[in-house]
Write a protein that binds this ligand. Structure first.
Ligand code: HPA
Length: 272
């Protein structure tokens, strides 16, 4: 379990590398890392250098923090994240969110690639996360609570901040982009779901399913960070179409909608 002094060590290391003090954070999921390349005056810090960060091996992820300016705002982008399915503890998965809070982040845009459970959606659509369902049965806040980091029993009724969501909808409308909205269910992975599990997940009220985001959103809520979640629906979830799911397909579709995704996130950053 990470302690406050671990968080402060990571913060001090980052502050020793840059004078920039970002209040906007972004966690960039599969295929979106190049958004960080658009950050001006970038200071890049590999996760491996940051005290107490775990090391990620997921394909397609660069594993570095990029701090600089985007659309005139000082931002910090996490290029690559830690996943539960890689074997990291949820404490390791969410430690970066604690560090973002410590360096001054107030608004956090969490992105991911996920499967569409709602059959009205189409691969390549973007979805604003309105709420989540935690199907994993684990929670990053299990364990002793440090009241300096947040309250013991956090409220999650506004985990995906309504005002930020409204802004995202306005930006999407201004850009003439269709932005779906829905509930994201967290699946541990690394297997994709079975068709029966997808039917269950739909019955439970989810519109999309993926293997990230929820632990980070929980810790953001605990830390008092306003979070926004945006998903790229890269595929129809298991059993909807008569075809197997593959990571290649996920990466390919994420790549195709990259420009739309990047423009949406940049447009939102501009409004923050
Ligand atoms: N299920 C879970 N995670 C995913 C999917 C999916 O269908 N697509 C991309 N990430």
């Amino acid at each position: 379990m990470h302690e406050l002094h671990d968080i402060l060590e990571a913060k001090n290391y980052i502050f020793s590398k840059t004078d920039a003090r970002p209040t906007i954070g972004m966690i960039l999921g599969s295929g979106l890392g190049m958004l960080a390349d658009e950050i001006e005056n970038p200071v890049t810090i590999p996760y491996s250098e940051i005290p107490h960060f775990a090391k990620s091996e997921a394909i397609g992820h660069a594993n570095e923090m990029v701090i600089g300016q985007l659309k005139g705002k000082t931002v910090v982008a996490m290029k690559g994240r830690f996943h539960y399915y890689e074997g990291f503890s949820l404490d390791e998965v969410t430690f970066p969110v604690r560090v973002l809070k410590a360096i001054g982040v107030e608004n956090l845009i969490i992105t991911n690639a996920c499967g569409a459970v709602n059959t009205n959606f189409t691969p390549g659509d973007l979805m604003l996360i309105t709420d989540h369902i935690n199907l994993v049965g684990a929670n990053p806040l299990i364990g002793r609570n440090n009241p300096e980091l947040g309250t013991r029993f956090p409220d999650l009724s506004k985990a995906y901040h309504p005002e930020l969501r409204q802004k995202a909808l306005e930006v999407a409308a201004k850009q003439g982009m269709t932005l779906q909205q829905g509930v994201y269910a967290w699946w541990s992975g690394p297997t994709y779901e079975t068709p029966a599990e997808i039917r269950m997940i739909r019955t439970l009220g989810a519109d999309a399913v993926g293997m990230s985001t929820v632990p980070e959103a929980i810790v953001a809520a605990h830390a008092g960070i306003s979070a926004l979640g945006i998903s790229c629906l890269t595929n129809m979830a298991s059993g909807i179409l008569d075809q197997p799911l593959s990571h290649d397909e996920v990466i390919e579709v994420a790549g195709k909608v990259r420009e739309k995704f990047v423009n949406l996130v940049k447009g939102i950053v501009e409004e923050l």
